[in-house]
Write a new protein. Structure first.
Length: 395
């Protein structure tokens, strides 16, 4: 019941094993839910308990290990046969007496791999300090090394099937952004606007339903637009409020983020000026992107545009994105920033989010794009400008 052809999962596993071999890794423990999905197809809201894939470099399938009541989800959503699904009993769950990594350690011992080089995703959200302590304690003869982002770097170049999912997600993000614009009005509660956004994200398009995004809609409002990662409140929108909307359409766990800024009324000169600079920077940067450039070279183009207008942006310009689970849709690999020498290749996908945040206000206008054979393709189609209510173009 996997979404992609099994041959695609097998190719992903092959590339992962190649990286394992290059780094001298015999066993890879994959706890990042996105990486688990990428290699096996497994898809369930079960990442609040310990779960992982165990990859042995000389075996044809990974092993899924997770809570017993989630084993059926592994059967339904992954390409793994039942001999590669190893559930642990429920008395391991949030117990002070037993830990799932003890179960994992016993499994590794049963496969005679307890004296090998084992890599784990040390910096993954769902790999805890206790996980490492238990593995280190239970496998004293193993050599542990850091396998953080090993699979993430395999993921950075998307297949055509993945690109299609991201393009569907971009259509959902268009619908969600339109719902945001339509619902943000003076006297409307912020929570009501986010309800409309969330409805559009899940409803999707006429042809495709949406998935839950890895990040909830972000909606800093008024002076709080200086803080880019705020969500919503139950306060009402006021005349003159700027509102930043950052959201993503999501399809089969693949994301296409999009951000815009709305002004409820006539924008002041400062807001309009910064928005114009941001749009100029986005347009200029998108025009020059092509395979062979480095991420740092892309950021430098943006930097030169805004600096001639007297604006400095210290944070990165964007990041690789696609398949993910909460709390982030970024892939944690390439960043559009100075010093990142990652070379752009076709079918890499990025979220370019050149926000400008000052002490008491901010402007965000972003685009997600795919690197093509000759340049780049912007994924969503939504007016790239400071949005004003009322706005005849979006009415």
């Amino acid at each position: 019941m996997v979404f992609f052809p099994i041959s695609e999962y097998q190719e992903r596993l092959k590339q992962t094993k190649h990286r394992m071999a290059t780094n001298g890794i015999d066993v890879l423990l994959v706890t990042d839910p996105a990486n688990m999905n990428y290699l096996s197809g497994y898809d369930a809201w079960s990442f609040y308990v310990h779960q992982l894939l165990v990859i042995f470099i000389d075996e044809d399938q990974p092993y899924w290990i997770g809570r017993g009541q989630d084993a059926s989800a592994a059967v339904h959503t992954s390409w793994l046969d039942r001999e590669h699904i190893y559930p642990y009993a429920d008395d391991y769950v949030q117990s002070t007496e037993k830990h799932p990594m003890e179960f994992v350690s016993d499994f590794i011992k049963s496969k005679n791999r307890d004296k090998h080089i084992i890599a784990a995703e040390f910096d993954a959200y769902y790999f805890t300090a206790k996980n490492f302590m238990k593995l280190y304690e239970c496998l004293p003869n193993a050599t542990f090394i850091d396998g953080t982002n090993l699979v993430n770097w395999v993921r950075i170049i998307k297949s055509e099937n993945e690109i299609e999912c991201i393009k569907i997600a971009s259509k959902i993000s268009e619908h969600a952004m339109q719902a945001a614009f339509d619902s943000i009005e003076v006297g409307v509660k912020q929570s009501d606007a986010v309800a409309a956004i969330s409805h559009a994200q899940i409803r999707g398009t006429e042809d495709y339903g949406g998935d839950y995004p890895a990040i909830v809609p972000l909606l800093p409002t008024g002076e709080k637009t200086s803080a880019c990662h705020l969500t919503w409140t139950d306060d009402m929108f006021n005349q003159g409020d700027p509102v930043i909307i950052e959201l993503a359409g999501c399809y089969k766990r693949y994301h296409s983020p999009l951000a815009r800024t709305v002004i409820l009324g006539i924008p002041d000169d400062k807001s309009q000026y910064i928005a114009d600079v941001v749009v100029e920077g986005i347009n200029t940067t998108l025009d020059i992107i092509k395979p062979g450039m480095t991420c740092g070279e892309v950021e430098l183009v943006w930097k030169k545009v805004i600096e001639k207008h007297g604006i400095i942006k210290d944070s990165r310009l964007g990041y690789s994105m696609g398949l993910n689970y909460p709390p982030d849709w970024g892939e944690h690999t390439a960043s559009l920033r100075a010093g990142d020498d990652t070379v752009l290749q076709p079918n890499m996908t990025f979220h370019m989010i050149p926000g400008i945040w000052l002490d008491n206000m901010g402007i965000e206008i972003s685009e997600s794009f795919r690197v093509t054979e000759t340049g780049c393709e912007v994924l969503a189609d939504f007016p790239r400008e400071l949005l004003v209510k009322p706005n005849i173009r979006l009415a």
